[in-house]
Design a protein around this ligand. Structure first.
Ligand code: ADE
Length: 224
C-alpha cells in the first residue's frame, strides 16, 4: 500500500510513522507513507495556502489551487483508489472502514486546517470524507495518523502474530476480553484460574463469554 498525506504541517505527522509497528511496516516494504508539504504547491512567493473567506467571517480557508496542483502531481505518478479529506463532518471512522481501506493500493489523505478547505475541493477533488469523532481538532493531521495506523496494522504481514488483528476489539462487533500476565498473584489480586489451567477450549470459551459480557455492559448497541 502507498499513502500520500498532504499537509501544511509535515512535522505534525512524521513522528507516528517513525516508531513501532508503523515504522516496521515501512521497513518491511509493506507500506510506503509519503508526507507531502502542501506549501510546495503554493503559487505565491510567501508560500501561503490559505486566504480570507468570501463573504467575511472569522478564520482562513485553504485555497483550491495549491491542493489541485498537488493532487494533480500525485495523480500523474499513480492511480488512487480514494482521495480522502479528514473533516469533523465526514463519515464516522470505524473498524469496518479501516478493514475496507486496508484492501486499497494507493490512498491520498488531505489534512484540513483553519476553517477548512474551499468547498470546491470537496465537490471536485475528493472521493471520500472521514471524521474520527464528534469533536474538532486543530487540523486533520492527528486524525490522518489515527486512520493510517488503524488501516496499516490490518495489512497482512504488518503484525508479527497475524491473528492478533482479528482478535482486536470491534473486529467482530465485540469488545476484546481482559488479558493478564505474570505474576499470577499480585498483592492478593489473582488471575482467573481458567487462564492458568492450560485447557485451550475452556480458555477460548471463557474469553468469548467475557467479550460478550463486556460488550453487553459497556457497548450494548454493538450487539444489536
Ligand atoms: N479535523 C478536525 N477535526 C477532525 C475530526 N474530528 N476528524 C477528522 N478530521 C478532523
Amino acid at each position: 500500500m502507498h499513502i500520500d498525506i498532504i499537509t501544511t504541517l509535515p512535522r505534525l505527522i512524521e513522528s507516528p510513522f517513525s516508531d513501532s509497528i508503523l515504522k516496521r511496516a515501512q521497513a518491511k516494504g509493506i507500506v510506503t507513507v509519503n508526507v507531502v508539504d502542501l506549501r510546495q504547491y503554493s503559487t505565491n512567493k510567501h508560500r501561503t495556502t490559505d486566504d480570507y473567506a468570501f463573504g467575511g467571517g472569522a478564520g482562513m480557508v485553504m485555497m483550491i489551487e495549491p491542493i489541485d496542483n498537488c493532487i494533480a502531481d500525485l495523480k500523474s505518478q499513480r492511480t488512487y483508489d480514494d482521495i480522502i479529506y479528514m473533516s469533523p463532518d465526514g463519515q464516522r471512522f470505524s473498524q469496518a472502514i479501516a478493514n475496507e481501506l486496508s484492501l486499497k493500493q494507493n490512498l491520498i489523505i488531505l489534512c484540513g486546517h483553519y476553517k477548512g478547505v474551499d468547498e470546491r475541493v470537496r465537490e471536485h477533488l475528493i472521493t471520500r470524507e472521514i471524521s474520527i469523532g464528534d469533536y474538532v481538532l486543530s487540523g486533520g493531521e492527528l486524525a490522518a495518523a489515527v486512520v493510517s495506523d488503524a488501516v496499516i496494522r490490518l495489512i497482512p504481514g504488518v503484525l508479527s502474530d497475524e491473528t492478533s488483528a482479528l482478535s482486536d476489539s470491534f473486529q467482530d462487533n465485540l469488545i476484546a476480553p481482559p488479558v493478564y500476565t505474570r505474576p499470577a498473584e499480585y498483592k492478593g489480586w489473582k488471575v482467573p484460574d481458567v487462564l492458568l489451567s492450560g485447557h485451550a477450549s475452556k480458555i477460548e470459551e471463557w474469553r468469548h463469554d467475557q467479550s460478550l459480557e463486556r460488550t453487553r455492559q459497556r457497548r450494548p448497541e454493538l450487539l444489536k
